[in-house]
Write a protein that binds this ligand. Sequence first.
Ligand SMILES: C[S@@+](CC[C@H](N)C(=O)[O-])C[C@H]1O[C@@H](n2cnc3c(N)ncnc32)[C@H](O)[C@@H]1O
Length: 292
Amino acid sequence: MDIKTALEKMVEKLKNTDSAELDAEVLLAFILGKNKEYLFTYPEKELTKIQLSKFLNLIKKRATGEPVAYLIGEKEFFGLKFFVNKNVLIPRPETELLVEEILKVAKDNMTIADIGTGSGAILIAGYKSMSSYSAKKRSLRLEFMATDISKKALAVAKKNAEFHKANIKFFQGDLLEPVKNKQIDIMTANLPYLEKKDKKNLRFSEEIGLKFEPKQALYSGKDGLDAYREFFKQVAKLSYQPKFILIEFGYKQTAKLEKIIRSNLNKIKIHLKKDLGGFDRVMVIELFDDSY
Ligand SMILES: C[S@@+](CC[C@H](N)C(=O)[O-])C[C@H]1O[C@@H](n2cnc3c(N)ncnc32)[C@H](O)[C@@H]1O
């Protein structure tokens, strides 16, 4: 069977998903070890039996809702390639906003820590942008650390850091526990913030896709805010208070989250940032020294 016919047949099998053509193309290009353009340049090229059976196998998995990123083992984020597997959340486009905000607040000689780093996407994207910036300006000297409660997630983050030559120290542990004695200037976190029932605003395919992602990366108690509740409690106890905390959250959580933050921290300014859909998505919390 040639490429064009195989694609047509497989798209038909994916008709219940909402990006059938694109998904089939990405999966076939992955199997052939080529880019998508190759498929359109050589539509008449015959697939071997093995290639065809691999393609069918991935299409069957995709038809059950398994995300393409897990099937091909990678996802693009902030223009960079990240390895992913079922032990990490697939980095989301809306999280790029968090990276953009980190780049705005990072200054020379700061230490940045990403809590709940998953694939490492946030910090590695930040690192890459800042190191190209500092290469030009020869100024920024930053230290980077990342934590996660999941050892398996950290293994993926380390692989990504190695791939991108990002100099990041990784620690395993519960929230701030592994870094509580370090002087951290910028803390970033995209902790789990979904409540199990909260699926109303997801597209059907996204909702199915969530079933394949680690629960520990997605859900956090009845209102989705347990992880942030504990996180800010721990921040309040730090002897060295960060200058900035940047977090991603669910748009319906703004008021409740702000209350949690203000009940733990004094002298702060909260800057709300909206995602491309116009929803509150990121908080930049500026902390002022209240020791005098
Ligand atoms: C929503 S995912 C975000 C992953 C990644 N930062 C991103 O934005 O793509 C949340 C991450 O927090 C980690 N996590 C959950 N609870 C944690 C805790 N108590 N301490 C540290 N990490 C935790 C999960 O393992 C997961 O990797």
